[in-house]
Design a protein around this ligand. Structure first.
Ligand code: PLP
Length: 441
């Protein structure tokens, strides 16, 4: 193979040009030049995290989502990002003997599996398929009913690994999903599915963990005066108001937010939102009680970026305009080079009403599978792709054959000619494989 520059359409990172390095430098200098802020930043922070940042996040979320009730800072705690916080949630709100099963939308974000295993749920993860409206909540409901009927619900009363404490509870089930602009499929769950999911969670004593990490990255243009975020309707907002509100003080949904895709993954700052009781409980995790909230110093820098409106500006003027441009570039090259080969993709602007996030999910022609395409792409084209099989729930007995002929393409890492060239190289691989498959028939 003549030298080909590597092209990585797998990596789900923002490219270095999308990181606001200068703005972060200035924010850092400002924060460290203010004694009150720097003293707070270098100390062990409060359990719930840096108070000014909680305050600013609460206001920002209220403005963006426009929920019926204002989001107060008591509903927010600071985290070390969505992954760190998933582990914390499982520490406080599950117990491997009391919590029965983890139900995950499938395809699902592949790096969550290890966190569930670490928390004691090896072999107890099940995939629930999704369609264009998001997770198939009716399939989930059936699976939960069957599970309950099978009698596998007895709790081991003698188990005292996690003592009863007023700040925590062990949910019977965990449901994991990425309701908006899902990783990997880009799918956004409809409002009616979201409501149905909250009802199912309440009925089966389940906690829905929503990774809401792409919500601010909406590629649609607003057609009215309402902020675009109001069309997203997070599950955590629905849980607050649906059918007179939650069944107990903890509620059934937590929203896991992150600055990784908005500023840069290395910042390791995020937030969680849930009911006040839930958030207080989360902040009482042993690791936090010992060291204070994670990412305390970085929280003071991020807070400066919010206080000065720099972060909000960066999202709207840089990330959203770049993402919109790259998405439309990717769609046009997919239509030109892949669609004629029998490839379909989502989210497709002709069918999806809400489009955003980092990924386009591509379905290969029936004769091909993702393993052979990924292998050939790497060997002959120096092209990295997200193999659909990675996103199948391990041991979950996936019935979705489409997963094994799907690919995840990221649009926020490579740009311009390389984004176009990447899709073009993929087209060459598909053409070559189709030719050899057809000659074998
Ligand atoms: C759905 C989802 N959740 C969580 C993460 C990781 O978030 P963080 O960097 O905040 O841990 C990612 C990153 O790709 C993601 O796609």
């Amino acid at each position: 193979m003549a030298f080909l520059r590597p092209i990585d359409l797998f990596k789900g990172w923002p490219s270095p040009e999308l990181i606001p390095v200068d703005a972060l430098k200035e924010a850092t200098v400002r924060a460290l030049s203010n004694k009150v802020v720097s003293d707070a930043g270098f100390g062990y922070g409060p359990d719930e995290g840096y108070a000014p940042l909680r305050e600013n996040i609460a206001q920002w979320l209220t403005q963006f989502y426009g929920p019926r009730e204002t989001i107060t800072s008591s509903r927010i705690c600071i985290t070390g990002g969505a992954s760190q916080n998933l582990a914390s949630i499982l520490q406080v709100f599950t117990d491997p003997l009391q919590t029965k099963m983890i139900w995950l939308v499938e395809p699902t974000y592949h790096l969550v599996f290890r966190s569930f295993e670490d928390a004691g749920f090896y072999g107890r993860m099940r995939g629930i398929p999704e369609d264009e409206s998001g997770m198939d909540v009716f399939a989930l409901q059936r699976a939960l009913e069957e599970f309950t009927l099978s009698g596998d619900t007895d709790s081991d009363e003698s188990y005292v690994g996690k003592p009863a404490r007023s700040y925590r509870k062990s949910y019977k089930h965990i449901i994991y999903c990425v309701p908006s602009f899902s990783n990997p499929s880009g799918t956004t769950m409809t409002r009616s599915r979201r409501e149905a999911l909250v009802r199912v969670a309440r009925r089966f004593d389940a906690l829905v963990i929503c990774d809401d990490v792409y919500d601010f990255l909406v590629w649609n243009k607003t057609s009215n005066s309402q902020p675009i975020g109001t069309s997203l309707q997070r599950l955590v907002d629905i849980d607050r108001i649906l059918d007179d509100g939650p069944l107990d003080s903890f509620g059934n949904v937590v929203s896991n937010g992150s600055f990784s895709k908005l500023l840069g993954p290395g910042c390791r700052v995020g937030w969680a939102e849930g009911s006040e009781a839930f958030i207080y409980g989360l902040s009482q995790a042993g690791q936090t009680k010992s060291g204070g909230a994670p990412s305390q110093l970085m929280s003071t820098f991020v807070n400066d970026l919010m206080e000065t409106n720099t972060l909000q500006q960066h999202i709207s003027t840089k990330l959203v305009s770049e993402g919109r441009r790259r998405y439309s570039l990717m769609v046009s090259i997919i239509r030109k080079r892949l669609t004629p080969l029998g490839v379909t993709f989502s989210p497709d602007p002709e069918r999806a009403t809400l489009i955003g996030g980092y990924y386009v999910w591509v379905k290969l022609p029936v004769l091909l599978d993702a393993d052979q395409v990924c292998q050939k792409a790497l060997e002959t084209q120096n092209l990295d792709l997200g193999n659909g099989s990675l996103f199948a729930v391990p041991g979950g007995g996936s019935r979705d054959a489409d997963l094994y002929r799907s690919l995840r393409l990221c649009l926020m890492w490579e740009d311009g000619e390389y984004l176009v060239e990447g899709v073009d190289r993929l087209a060459r691989v598909i053409e070559a494989l189709l030719k050899s498959e057809e000659s074998r028939l």
